[in-house]
Design a protein around this ligand. Structure first.
Ligand code: BG6
Length: 520
């Protein structure tokens, strides 16, 4: 975690280029490579953060030439650029940067279950970077279906392509989902760590690539103001929301087997939760940070079956309307079972049993087809003592909310009460607001730039360690278990709403209310 991304060509100002390496992309013709990896690599190239003789070897099933892949990825990049606004309208692809990025691009078609594919891959790696490919680093990016993680790692290992020596490091980036429950995550970790060292494994959670997520630590530990009040003496409760307006789009088959809990909680929501709750690390070294995040997970009480019933809500969207457009019910989405009981919404209460947080509820919620896209961490501070203002006819002072807005409209706001001008003493909530775009004029990148650069420089701070992943699954395991019961409740909510009514009751029962998710 050693670069700060600034706008346009200024990404990562002041950081040195990554060491020479070959990036091998498994799944080179896939969606992730087009939508995110290529734009991220292009942004890195424009910012001078790739070594001059950087090389790419794409691997995929389709038979095609390197030129055809280059062309295909260029189209993806054009779509990405066209969706970004520059000062003079949509951005144009910087063709010089593109040429530099893809000057040394190769493509290998092959069956990933065939050992010969890896032998040929070894030859391609060796031939890249002017014949020096095997002498420097090699980063393998597994942008493929999870069923291929093990065969690829085994294939690489058997062909001797994971062996490291000196500058010739070998690292593997593994995309999510890492397992579909605790047992499968443990099994995958066992397999991976039987063939690779933990220092070679980069388990990605793309939320950690977001500037605003990284800023949680900067905000908490870089300012003397907040840390002293960041505890149960001052904080009433915390709400973490990841609300989306999208439905399942073309991913019905994957999503119907996964559901909102698996898709979002043990990864993205847990990241926001641990970064908010962790103790200050002794440094920003990878393990120092990951140890403190792990402490939070270990101190979080696993839910009992009774608590799952009381403190977890699962919902599924029905037909409704979002931003004036009709939206079909989840069960009407392509590749979703018509009697599906898969959740598209989940809300829960978690408690952390440690000195800092004892008694402070953390409410987490995420859902699809909601009224508005918003990801935020909202911290409600305890109310001021009532006595003073009761005398002037006010029952309650407005609360103090600190809201870290992760996306969109990235920023931070602090709400406090101010006196309404006039003869009466009356308080009204007002906001102090910091906005990323206004202050830094920054165009957010894809979020993958930092992660790829960090993997190339060997910095694992923003990647999940084996125990982090398993502890996160341990947290959701009792919920998965309870929901295996076909009679477990599933609460409907209209598309375009803020979620099921039962979620309101979840907070209501604890004397709190969710912050509304209002349409724009
Ligand atoms: C992915 C989930 O990991 O994260 C998706 O699989 C979800 O279902 C996405 O939509 C949200 O990420 P972002 O960056 O768009 O907020």
């Amino acid at each position: 975690m050693n670069i700060a991304f600034a706008p346009a060509t200024g990404h990562g100002l002041g950081s040195p280029p990554a060491p020479p390496c070959v990036l091998v992309i498994f799944g080179a013709t896939g969606d992730l490579t087009h939508r995110l990896l290529t734009p991220a690599l292009y942004n890195l190239e424009r910012s001078g953060l790739l070594a001059p003789d950087f090389a790419i070897v794409g691997v995929g099933r389709s038979d095609m030439s390197a030129d055809a892949l280059r062309q295909d990825l260029h189209e993806g990049l054009q779509r990405y650029a066209a969706g970004k606004q520059g000062p003079n309208g949509p951005l144009q692809v910087d063709e010089d940067a593109w040429k530099r990025l893809t000057a040394d691009l190769d493509y290998l078609a092959g069956d990933l279950n065939d050992p010969q594919t890896y032998v040929r891959l070894g030859e391609r790696i060796a031939a890249s970077r002017g014949g020096k490919g095997a002498e420097g680093g090699v980063l393998y990016y597994l942008a493929v279906a999870p069923s291929l993680f093990e065969p690829i790692i085994e294939g690489l290992h058997s062909a001797g392509l994971t062996r490291q020596e000196g500058e010739a490091w070998r690292r593997v980036i593994i995309e999510k989902p890492f397992g579909h429950d605790l047992a499968s995550a443990q099994a995958l970790n066992r397999k991976v760590l039987s063939l690779l060292g933990e220092d070679q494994v980069f388990r990605i959670d793309h939320f950690l690539g977001k500037e605003t997520v990284q800023n949680i630590m900067a905000f908490r530990f870089g300012n003397g103001l907040f840390e002293p009040v960041w505890n149960r003496d001052h904080i009433d409760h915390v709400q973490i929301t990841v609300a989306e307006t999208v439905g399942v789009e073309k991913r019905g088959a994957f999503y119907d087997a996964a559901g909102a809990l698996r898709d979002m909680v043990p990864n993205h929501l847990v990241q926001l939760f641990t970064l908010t709750a962790m103790e200050p690390p002794s440094s920003f070294q990878a393990d120092a940070v990951r140890n403190r995040k792990q402490d939070v997970l270990l101190a979080t009480k696993p839910l009992s079956p009774e608590e799952v019933v009381r403190d977890v809500v699962r919902g599924q969207y029905q037909a409704g309307e979002i931003a004036g457009e009709p939206r079909a019910a989840y069960r009407g989405e392509p590749n979703v079972a018509q009697d599906s009981r898969t959740e598209t919404y989940v809300a829960m209460r978690l408690m952390i049993d440690n000195w800092r947080w004892a008694g402070v509820p953390f409410f987490l919620r995420t859902g699809k087809a909601l009224a508005r896209r918003t990801t935020e961490i909202a911290i409600q501070f305890k109310h001021a003592p009532l006595a003073l203002f009761q005398g002037v006819g006010m029952e309650r002072c407005p609360g103090n909310w600190l809201v870290i807005q992760i996306q969109p409209d990235e920023g931070i706001s602090l709400q406090f009460g101010a006196k309404v001008p006039g003869p009466r003493l009356r308080l009204e909530p007002v906001q102090m607001q910091f906005s990323y775009v206004d202050h830094f004029q920054a165009q957010p990148g894809t979020g993958y730039e930092t992660l790829i650069y960090d993997a190339m420089t060997g910095d694992q701070t923003l990647f999940q360690r084996a125990d982090n992943i398993e502890s996160a699954w341990e947290l959701v395991e009792p919920i998965l278990e309870a929901w295996r019961d076909p009679a477990a409740p599933l609460s409907p909510y209209p598309a375009g709403s803020s979620g099921p009514e039962q979620a309101e009751a979840l907070l209501g029962n604890h004397g709190r209310r969710w912050r509304p998710i209002l349409p724009r």
